[in-house]
Design a protein around this ligand. Sequence first.
Ligand code: F6R
Length: 619
Amino acid sequence: MCGIVGYIGPRQAADVLLSGLARLEYRGYDSAGIVVNGEQPDLEVRKTEGKLANLRQLLADRPVQGKSGIGHTRWATHGPPNEVNAHPHLDCSGKIVVVHNGIIENFAQLRTQLVSSGHRFVSDTDSEVIAHLIEHYLHHVADQDRPSERDFLQAVTQTIMRLEGAYALAIMHRDFPDMLVAARKDSPLIIGHGVGENIIASDIPAVLEYTHEVVVLHDGELALVHADDLEVFNLSLERLEPELMDIEWDLADTEKGEYEDFMLKEIYEQPRALRDTLRGRMADDGTLQLSELAMSDDEIRELRHVYLIACGTSYHAGRIAKILIERWAQLSVDVVASSEFRYGSPLIDEHTLIVAITQSGETTDTMAGVTEAHLKRARVIGITNVLGSRITREADGILYTVAGPEIGVAATKTFTTQIAAVTVLALKLAQVRGTLPQAEIEALFAELSRVPDLVERVLADTDAIVAAAALFEGVDSSLFLGRGIGVPVAMEGALKLKEISYIHAEAYPAGEMKHGPIALITSRVPVVAVATSSATHEKVLSNVAETQARDARVLLVGTQGDQKLAALADHVIYVPEVSELLSPIVSVVPLQLLAYHVTKARGCNPDMPRNLAKSVTVE
Ligand code: F6R
């Protein structure tokens, strides 16, 4: 939530900041701003309400020149999304300027203290206190007229120690045009380390145009950034060795290419992403390779219970994982929304495994659950798509999905690769615990390895999906049904539709309809049912017939060759045959595309749905 960028080097900072913010716009898009330190030096601020296009226009009308600067794209928390609340924020002297991602929980108290000592605030944001607090401390540590870089760094450190909550910060001082300061706690921040230039950013895509070498800043660290030099400190201002990483992603991965929208591109990337995620997971002798779990076979055998924690789409991957782990590894599993987990009373001991699923690796609710689990001494495995993200440092073992950068706010390829990862995990647990015959494990893995080809077949012919989108014309509400492993697929289909098209979509286990929701059915409430081959296939069809008897218009996702479906529904989308427990990846892809086409038909932007941001770093 909120994207921040900072640049220092030989280029025009405004150009780099704008291109970086464009790659971070998925993190927030209700206002944007930059500040550049000009040649004088002088801080030139430009900010606007609305999407980045408005800022781009403002900069075309009133350009700024300078070789260092910071920028921000906002997802509002404190204060409406207007120009005044847009970042950057300045102190009273107009010399200290800050961009912030996160929430300062004690801002009201800090603001009251600062106001009583004479500071004047202009915005409603929590972030503005940071600029004033630095000003306050700088006044105490330095001769106001001639502070040194070191004084400034010390004032920033003292400020940070007063902040409660989460922050990623990029900070500048007018009188130090050759220096930026970056700091973080519980919000992501990296620094792209180029040749004679450095770029601070919330996420990797913003730096790839300039460098593939990245320093990951850890919680409680701050960096002093010059064009040709980069130093990392702890809060006692002791120097630390920066942790450098090489990023393998291509710049092209972060661009739309021939596609109209990132979401569509990412849907079509799924066969590749799935193959990359599954590659090398089974050795020639049939052993599943998951050494990153960092668990001995004995520890796996001693497990008694698994908690899966995750949010949103990742939670749906957790619901699928529960079914697989219980069936194959014969372990009892609870799936809990991360935001509920930390405030519940989970029964955790040393035989409990926590699996935290988060594509971004930064979701605050999920990370809070990880902290809670560690306090109770449980082992935590993280499943994530982002190298160097917070979960990779905090979990005991990490399983990566290899989806590549996902820019569209609606998760698509990260979801299907999460399903692939949890399927391998469930098979691995079963293999070590001896709960599934080896031949069956090998057959299931072989079939899983063919799933990317099946997804390719779904993507090759989407006419039926485009036609089915017509069912949603002028509709305000819809129902998504399934049974068994079809329930989380229906849940994901409903989430995709509602979050990008703004049509209400409720997912329900098909057999539960008669206990209440069937009252909602009218001809204006379309029903989408996951009706692929399964042990409960006939039951799903009976439940669908019950809705049709009440005038529902019906779309079925069914298995190719299932002749009877055409007579039972207004539309049928056929997917290739696959075993029931491996079916979610194949059956969710048409639902992703359905949501996409309905959204486009309504003239909405699937990549930037209202009120949402990709990485949710608030509670
Ligand atoms: C929906 C979506 C969100 C995320 C959720 C968790 O399309 O993307 O529901 O799944 O915010 O995010 P991660 O997986 O990053 O923890």
